[in-house]
Ligand binder design. Structure first.
Ligand code: URA
Length: 211
């Protein structure tokens, strides 16, 4: 089923409509749709992969362990999360149930494609000055399928404008990709401080656009 987000309803209306999304099969085992969160005035948008276990239960993006690491990195980069909008490429938690816990499974290209109209609708409404892709799923979806985080992270890339942005006379907007916070949590102890510092440095580049 192709998703067609409603028009002219604002972020709140999109969030309400996305609750009943049946664009792919991920809605069924998930607890709920986890839509983006943050003010409509946000100049900086973060796009992650998909909600995790805690996000699925609470209905908010990046509120689990990866979210806590992101919050710390944002503070260290001088960014107030309350001024940003945080969302995901896929808005349902994809997991494999096991007796003990629900194991994260990466979304497939079909899930990313099915969910894309929601992400496009969020970005069209927000018209952010910079979109920060957290990890390869978001970067491949929004920048290029051949994008490699290790090689291309932390660089400001011009973001092609959309028709609505052209009509609104929006100035140059930017894309930047960095490591996913979950990848830092999985980094071996001895390498984690450097991986964390690199994330903060990339976020500081994003913040420089807003200065
Ligand atoms: N990982 C993501 O990509 N998004 C979330 O919301 C939580 C964890």
């Amino acid at each position: 089923m192709t998703v067609i987000p409603p028009e002219g309803v604002g972020l709140a209306g999109l969030r309400t409509a996305a609750r009943d999304c049946r664009g792919c099969e991920l809605w069924e085992p998930a607890t709920q749709t986890v839509f983006g969160a943050g003010p409509e005035t946000a100049r900086l948008v973060f796009v992650g992969e998909q909600p995790g276990d805690q996000e699925d239960r609470r209905g908010e993006p990046f509120v689990g362990p990866a979210g806590r690491l992101l919050d710390r990195a944002l503070t260290d980069a001088g960014i107030d999360r309350a001024d940003t909008y945080v969302t995901n490429a896929v808005k349902h938690f994809r997991f494999r149930p096991t007796p003990k816990r629900r194991l994260h499974q990466s979304p497939g290209s079909e899930h990313i494609a099915a969910c894309r109209p929601w992400l496009d609708a969020e970005l069209a409404l927000l018209m952010p000055e910079i979109v920060v892709c957290l990890g390869a799923v978001a970067a491949k979806a929004l920048i290029s399928p051949s994008f490699r985080i290790t090689a291309d992270r932390g660089r400001l890339l011009p973001r092609p404008s959309t028709l609505s942005e052209d009509e609104a006379g929006v100035q140059q907007t930017w894309l930047l990709a960095t490591t996913h916070p979950s990848a830092i949590l999985r980094t071996p102890d001895e390498e984690r401080p450097a991986a964390y510092d690199a994330l903060v440095a990339d976020l500081a580049v994003a913040a420089s656009v807003l200065a």
